[in-house]
Ligand binder design. Structure first.
Ligand code: HEC
Length: 351
């Protein structure tokens, strides 16, 4: 989870990760190599109802050579609970699709993509725009796109630029089937931590570790405010997994991912202009919020970066960036008193 835009770019100098941008004329992905950097940050301030000023900052990207017409800066998404999300039946996700806005203007669109192995169009679940249909697809795509590693799903590097001939081209040496299967299964079994909503129960005089220090009343109040601000219109709190997964561990469970796995128009400030299937440049898949409270602890000395490009330095910034369909919800948060905002943040931090 934690990765700022700048540390992601720094990482590119150590890892063989590449930049790809879609050509505006041919639509094909082009390899931009590593000649990309964060040249600075554009900032603006937003004043909350109680007078608190929040500075929002957004990375400005510079390219060596030609600037592509469309590009998208993405940080890595948290990887917990992915097998549980795969086990949610399609019908349950599709049942929440709305083509007419609710009272707040919230809709919800499904993304669809080709399963690269079968060619069948399936519901998308993974990635910032829900354009990957399975964990196997997500893992194979990341191997190819981020690390230039081929696999049985994408047997040749030409898959990057020429989807139609991807499987007919000469196969490169890549990771073999058994390794891809193991990586996929590993991802599918990464567990989700329990919510910390109860006080620790440590005896008097014992100070629990910071992440176990919980103010139960504040967390309870925060959960109410999360629903009251209608964050739950997209970050829906409860789903059930079906019986279809090959992993027994993820079958038949009630889960609390705080995502509907659907796409929402989040407004022009968050837009990247990159279309992926049904997802327009303004659209993003609702981020799962489970485990989000651990970000600050797993980050160590690395700054946390929330949102798709890691621009938000804390949870308040992440919420205040919400626009488009989430505007009414953001406005309620902006209108809260400091005590209520703190309670909402305490709730998020308990997840
Ligand atoms: C219209 C749907 C919608 C509503 C309503 C909504 N969100 Fe979101 N939320 C999203 C989407 C989509 C993203 C991902 C946006 C991005 O990364 O650019 C997101 C991202 C986030 C993130 C960052 C998560 C991360 O790991 O980077 C937080 C925190 C968050 N939302 C909290 C809230 C809170 C609190 C509310 C209510 C005040 C709220 N959201 C209301 C759709 C919504």
């Amino acid at each position: 989870r934690p990765r700022t835009a700048s540390s992601c770019l720094t990482r590119c100098t150590f890892w063989p990760c590449r930049w790809h941008a879609r050509s505006a004329t041919t639509g094909a992905l082009q390899d931009w190599g590593t000649g990309v950097r964060v040249a600075g940050f554009d900032t603006k301030t937003v004043t909350l109802a109680d007078g608190t000023v929040v500075e929002l900052s957004k990375p400005r990207i510079a390219f060596d050579g030609v600037t592509p017409e469309v590009y998208s800066l993405r940080s890595a998404q948290p990887m917990i609970g992915m097998g549980l999300l795969e086990a949610v039946p399609d019908a349950d996700i599709l049942a929440r699709v709305r083509s007419t806005p609710d009272a707040d203007g919230v809709m919800g669109r499904a993304n669809f993509a080709y399963d690269p192995e079968t060619g069948v169009v399936r519901l998308g679940r993974y990635g910032w725009k829900a354009a990957k249909v399975s964990l196997r697809h997500q893992a194979a795509n990341a191997l190819l796109l981020d690390m230039s590693v081929t696999s049985p799903v994408y047997p040749s590097r030409s898959c990057l630029t020429d989807a139609a001939n991807c499987r007919s081209g000469p196969a490169a040496n890549g990771i073999p089937e058994d390794a891809l299967t193991l990586v996929t299964r590993y991802l599918g079994l990464l567990g989700v931590p329990a919510q910390r909503s109860q006080s620790s129960g440590f005896p008097k005089g014992v100070t629990p570790l910071p992440y176990l220090q919980v103010d139960t009343a504040q967390v309870t109040r925060g959960a109410q405010l999360f629903a009251q601000a209608r964050c739950t219109a997209c970050h829906i709190s409860e789903m059930k997994t079906g019986l279809g997964s090959e992993l027994t561990e993820v079958r038949d469970q009630t889960i609390k991912p705080y995502t509907d796995l659907l796409l929402h128009d989040m407004g022009s400030d968050l837009a990247d202009g990159l279309v992926e299937g049904q997802a327009s440049g303004n659209m993003w898949r609702t981020s799962a919020l489970w485990g989000i409270g651990y970000s600050q602890f797993v980050a160590g000395n690395t700054p946390i970066g929330y949102l798709h490009d890691g621009r938000a330095r804390n949870l308040t910034e992440a919420i205040v960036w919400h626009g488009g369909e989430a505007t009414a919800s953001r406005q309620r948060f902006v209108g809260f008193s400091k005590a209520d905002r703190d309670a909402l943040l305490a709730f998020l931090n308990s997840l």
